[in-house]
Design a protein. Structure first.
Length: 105
C-alpha cells in the first residue's frame, strides 16, 4: 500500500527497553526516580520512533533522547562501573545515536 509507514522497529524496541528498565528500577528498588525517568524517556523515545516511522528523516526527537541517555547513563556507568543498567543503556543509546545520526545527512 503506497504511503503506508515503514515502522521504526529498532526505535520502538529501544523505547520499550528504556521504559522496562525504569519499571524494573521501581519494582526492584522502589525507585520512583527510575520509574519517572525511564518511563518518560521511553515514552518520548517511542514518540520519536513513531515520527521516524512516518518520516525517516524526522529523527530529531529520537536522536535527542538517545544523546541525552548516552550522556547521563554513560556518566553513571563510568562512576559505578556496573554494566546493568547504566552500561547497557549507554551501549544501546550509542547505537541509536549512530543510527539516527546517519539519517541527518
Amino acid at each position: 500500500m503506497a504511503g503506508s509507514p515503514e515502522y521504526d522497529i529498532p526505535g520502538f524496541v529501544y523505547a520499550s527497553l528504556v521504559t522496562a528498565g525504569g519499571l524494573m528500577g521501581f519494582i526492584k528498588r522502589g525507585s520512583v526516580a527510575s520509574l519517572v525517568a525511564g518511563g518518560g524517556s521511553g515514552l518520548i523515545a517511542g514518540w520519536g520512533a513513531y515520527r521516524v516511522s512516518h518520516n525517516p528523516k524526522d529523527v530529531r526527537v529520537s536522536l535527542a533522547v538517545a544523546v541525552i541517555l548516552t550522556l547521563l547513563m554513560g556518566k553513571r556507568f563510568i562512576a559505578s562501573g556496573k554494566f546493568m543498567p547504566a552500561g547497557l543503556v549507554t551501549a544501546l543509546s550509542i547505537i541509536m545515536v549512530v543510527r539516527y545520526g546517519m539519517r541527518l545527512q
